[in-house]
Ligand binder design. Structure first.
Ligand code: T1G
Length: 678
């Protein structure tokens, strides 16, 4: 088999080229080829400089993640890089695309780095539950300083070439179309000069002069890194770069790396990496299915959902015509979108010209006729089947043939909605999650007649608008809300049996969710959908509304809130719940947090098993993708089905049976077979 690495001679400069699609991952063959090419360059006196570059879409995008968890096969990257860096011949990394993880570490071991303007560099290992494992945590701080290194190593987000040049990670920015020639000229210009080595850099003395830097940074990231192991290890490794010799720092990095690599968090996050990509594939639809061009989108409804949905397309440069029934609603919706964009600009996330550009793509209208030439129309109107069917019948009569008609419904039957049209093949569900311009999840609901090209188009479009899509079949609540309802049922039952509602919230918070159901209720507003009659009290929520406990906005809901929005449990609410429990004759008892956790989470796993058994989800990992992106399931446990596999389906079954809760045959069979949800 030919090596993915080849060399080309340009007089006294050797260009080492990797051609390992799709992302030049540093798999075993690439590492072996790189090692041989570098040895060739270093041993041939007629070669006075080296350039390393990649063919295809990107510079090395990191180690080959598919090799993780398997016995390591040499040569190992760190030794190859050390040999290269030790050379006195200048070695230049020529970077395009994304130099990520091990790829960025290859660049760091080069003496110089040049990049095209569109290139990005980063160390995203923390997103896989790891830290860099080829001396990235030791070379980077010595090259750019501890303060500039921390966000890269701990946050894991790549930075553009210009920013990389500013912090000293990149030495020069060259034209997009002359990278190799410029790299060769750059290398040649360095021949005969002492070579700079990142491992010998002193830039990280800032971390020595300011030892509090690391604790300050950790505190500034507290919310984002809560529950994750890798970010703290990354901070420790960068700190060690200022305290230890390079050799000892590398040893420390290796020790931290191996501990993470063998931990469940990294296994969970590597599972998620592939799960997110698998979710975009529909098993029975050929990958070369022709797509429907989406040049213009229509959105019906300019409320919270309609406005948020619209922003996704405007931000992706796709024109949107938004329809409302009344001018004031249309004006309100448009101004909310502009305000959202302006808030992003105030936070430095976009420029004001980008705001104007996005809003310039918006066409508000009160007339269905203006939707006629849309390639896709998404309705986000009132969640009522009759209303939806009227809207779809109207769309069917107005919008051009071949256009996709999508519903944002969160649980209604897409097949029934499709009966309101003469084009059921073009009807699909696109369930966005509020706030729709922020939440990454898009549940794509496949009707029984939805066409292949319609589905393939929506899946591709989801990536264009920055969403993570997963396909659901038609069932009440699709995947996410169907499982959420089981958790909510148990949350309500638990507090009627004597569990403290704040314990229910705390169990989910401690598990890694952003908040629990009662805190969520306060945030969203307890009075959503309330009939406004304080004398009519049939539920706990109605009882809270009857005494003005509308939630955080009212300073009190399930919790009491002080000016700083700190929440404390309320005696009044405890009494309301106890009163309801008495009326329903519910025996009260102390309920442990372990029981609460099992009763909240295990029924979700059981419902996920039923969703798989019914074919409502293509694969278990799709369910994980839905819950991580739509409901804040902690990424470091891999999602409900991966988590159930690590817990053990037999333990889940035993827990459900212990609490008298239903167990599906599918879950029973998994447990008996000793199988997980692979
Ligand atoms: N290893 C193996 N396969 C990879 C891969 C990788 N590093 N990166 C991508 N793929 C596959 C991916 O599964 C998909 O496969 C195809 O390539 C296209 O990917 C030693 C230990 C580079 C920004 O974390 O961020 O280095 O689905 O759909 O949208 O310290 O891929 O087609 O079969 O994402 O254009 C660190 C991960 C590794 C980078 C391109 N590196 N990759 O995005 O394509 S750990 C990363 C990405 C490490 C060192 C440590 C993105 C991309 P399939 P894609 P894309």
């Amino acid at each position: 088999m030919t090596s993915p690495i080849r060399t080309e001679r340009h007089d006294n400069v050797l260009v080492v080229i990797s051609d390992n699609p799709p992302v030049n991952a540093l798999g075993q063959a690439v590492r072996a080829g790189l090692k041989d090419a570098i040895e060739q360059a270093l041993s041939d006196d007629s070669i006075e400089a080296v350039v390393i570059r990649c063919d295809g879409q990107t510079f090395f995008a990191g180690a080959d993640i598919t090799e993780f968890g398997k016995p390591p096969v040499g040569p190992n990257l760190p030794e190859t890089l050390d040999a290269m860096e030790a050379s006195d011949k200048p070695v230049v990394a020529a970077i395009h695309g994304t130099a990520l993880g091990g790829g960025c570490e290859v660049a760091l071991a080069c003496h110089y780095r040049i990049a095209v303007p569109s290139a990005k560099l980063g160390l995203p290992e923390v997103k896989l539950g790891l830290i860099p494992g080829a001396a990235g945590t030791q070379r980077l701080p010595r090259l750019v300083g501890a303060e500039a290194a921390l966000p890269l190593v701990v946050g894991g987000n790549p930075i553009p070439a210009k920013k990389a040049e500013t912090i000293g990670l990149v030495d020069a920015i060259v034209a997009e179309d002359s990278l190799e020639a410029d790299a060769i000229a750059f290398a040649r210009s360095k021949i005969g000069q002492p070579v700079p080595r990142a491992s010998e850099g002193k830039a990280n003395e800032d971390g020595v002069r300011d030892p509090d830097l690391f604790d300050r940074f950790r505190a500034s990231q507290a919310r984002q890194i809560r529950g994750f192991d890798a970010p703290n290890a990354a901070i420790e490794a960068v700190k060690a770069a200022g305290e230890l010799s390079y050799a000892d720092g590398v040893k420390k990095e290796r020790e931290l790396f191996m501990k993470l690599m063998t931990g469940t968090q990294s296994a969970a996050m590597r599972h998620y990496f592939f799960a997110e990509r698998a979710a975009n594939k529909i098993d029975d639809i050929p990958r070369d299915t022709p797509l429907i061009p989406i040049r213009k989108v229509g959105v019906i409804g300019a409320g919270t959902m309609g406005g948020g949905i619209t922003m996704n397309f405007l931000s992706a440069g796709i024109p949107v015509t938004i329809l409302e029934m009344a001018q004031d609603a249309l004006d309100r919706g448009t101004s909310v979108m502009r305000k959202n964009y302006e808030n992003s600009a105030k936070r430095g996330r976009m420029t004001m010209e980008a705001v104007d550009k996005a809003m310039g793509l918006l066409t508000p209208t009160l007339s269905y006729d203006d939707l006629a030439d849309c390639d896709l129309v998404i309705e986000a109107v009132y969640e009522n089947m009759d209303v939806k069917k009227q809207v779809f019948a109207k769309l069917d009569s107005v919008v051009k043939q071949g256009a996709i008609l999508a519903s944002n419904t969160s649980y209604l039957d897409i097949d029934e909605i499709a009966t309101a049209t003469a084009r059921p093949g073009y009807v699909v569900g696109m369930h966005f999650f509020s706030p729709a311009n922020v939440m990454k999840l898009l549940e794509v609901v496949r009707g029984k007649e939805t066409r292949h090209d319609v589905l393939a188009t929506v899946m591709k479009l989801s990536k264009t608008i920055g969403k993570v899509a997963a396909v659901s079949g038609v069932c009440p609540g699709f995947i996410g809300n169907r499982m959420l309802s089981k958790r909510q049922e148990q949350a309500n039952a638990l507090i009627m049996e004597g569990a403290n509602y704040w314990d229910v919230d705390d169990v989910l918070l401690e598990f890694g969710f952003p908040m629990g159901p009662f805190q969520m209720g306060d945030l969203a507003g307890i009075d959503i959908g309330w009939h406004r009659d304080p004398t009519k009290v049939t539920t706990i929520r109605e009882a809270l509304c009857a005494v003005g406990r509308f939630g955080q906005k009212a300073g009190k809901g399930f919790y009491d809130y002080d000016e700083a929005r700190n929440r404390t449990p309320s005696d009044e609410v405890r009494a309301i719940i106890a009163d309801f429990a008495t009326k329903e004759g519910k025996a009260q008892r102390e309920i442990s947090k372990d029981e609460i956790r099992e009763r909240l989470l295990y029924p979700m796993v059981n419902e996920g098993a039923k969703i798989l058994e019914e074919g409502m989800a293509q694969r278990a990992s799709d369910i994980d993708v839905v819950w991580i992106n739509g409901y804040g399931w902690p990424l470091y446990t891999g999602g409900p089905m991966f988590w159930a596999t690590t817990v053990g389906p037999d333990k889940v079954v035993a827990g459900l049976e212990r609490h008298g809760l239903p167990v599906s045959d599918f879950l029973h069979n998994k447990a008996e077979a000793g199988r997980g949800f692979d």
